[in-house]
Ligand binder design. Structure first.
Ligand SMILES: *[C@@H]1O[C@H](CO)[C@@H](O)[C@H](O)[C@H]1NC(C)=O
Ligand SMILES: *[C@@H]1O[C@H](CO)[C@@H](O)[C@H](O)[C@H]1NC(C)=O
Ligand SMILES: *[C@@H]1O[C@H](CO)[C@@H](O)[C@H](O)[C@H]1NC(C)=O
Ligand SMILES: *[C@@H]1O[C@H](CO)[C@@H](O)[C@H](O)[C@H]1NC(C)=O
Length: 211
């Protein structure tokens, strides 16, 4: 499902580490924040990502400004703009944990975690926030507050990537997606390699902005 955990698991195997990330507890919660998009597409630039329904218990992340344009009847009280990031207090050196979990709606009884749905059919992978994502895709924020995924490619796509430690990737795109019965014109996705083969994809960055 996610490159980071695969990479960490490979590393764990390589170094014969007994404990896996399932032993990790992500119990240190950040303050609430918003996720702001930057893009060369002026309609997307400087808009916020909001969590919208995609068939319970799944949520997708869409641009609030374009949602208002495309779905003017969307139930406004169902939109959620606050996100949180949990890190682990586990500091057992034999336990390899993901850097953290990005999540939405801690007031819900089920934690709803940010993950990336992989597909064998397309390199455009929708971001889905749900309780089914396990520990999630382990995204991180850089020193500018930009969201990235630490990942490793197994073919020399990135010639600077020479070690198991991987590279920071910022392969976020807003694309048209179809997830179950839900079709959003402007949903956050991750594009694994090359140019997106999906519809209406525009490169973006996603930046944390404390609420
Ligand atoms: C985040 O941490 C808080 C405080 O420990 C905890 O109540 C919550 O369940 C955690 N959320 C997730 C998604 O792990
Ligand atoms: C995006 O928005 C920011 C803030 O309003 C602005 O400074 C920047 O020039 C915009 N970029 C583009 C490509 O429109
Ligand atoms: C709108 O969303 C809120 C929060 O999810 C929900 O409680 C309410 O029932 C919804 N209203 C309608 C008309 O669907
Ligand atoms: C996103 O940010 C990264 C890191 O700063 C940068 O390399 C990349 O060009 C940016 N992408 C877009 C679409 O602005």
């Amino acid at each position: 499902m996610m490159y980071t955990s695969k990479m960490l698991l490979s590393l764990a195997a390589a170094f014969s580490l007994a404990a896996a990330q399932s032993d990790c507890v992500y119990d240190v919660q950040s303050a609430p924040f918003h996720l702001r998009l930057t893009s060369d597409d002026a309609r997307l630039n400087d808009t916020l990502l909001v969590s919208v329904h995609a068939g319970p218990p799944f949520r997708q992340l869409v641009s609030d400004a374009l949602l208002k344009e495309n779905n003017p009847n969307y139930n406004q009280s169902d939109i959620s703009v606050n996100f949180y990031y949990n890190t682990t207090s586990t500091n057992d050196p034999s336990t390899i944990c993901l850097p953290g979990k990005l999540h939405w709606a801690p007031e819900q009884s089920w934690p709803s975690v940010f993950g990336i749905e992989s597909s064998l059919a397309s390199n455009v992978q929708p971001v889905i926030v749900s309780p089914m994502q396990g520990d999630g895709s382990g995204p991180q924020f850089d020193e500018e507050g930009k969201l990235y995924q630490l990942a490793r490619s197994y073919s020399p796509v990135n010639t600077e990537e020479e070690s198991w430690s991987g590279t920071n990737y910022y392969k976020w795109f807003i694309c048209a997606t179809v997830f179950g019965n839900y079709k959003y014109a402007d949903a956050l996705t991750w594009v694994s390699g090359g140019l997106p083969d999906g519809k209406n994809c525009r490169a973006v960055n996603v930046t944390r902005e404390w609420a």
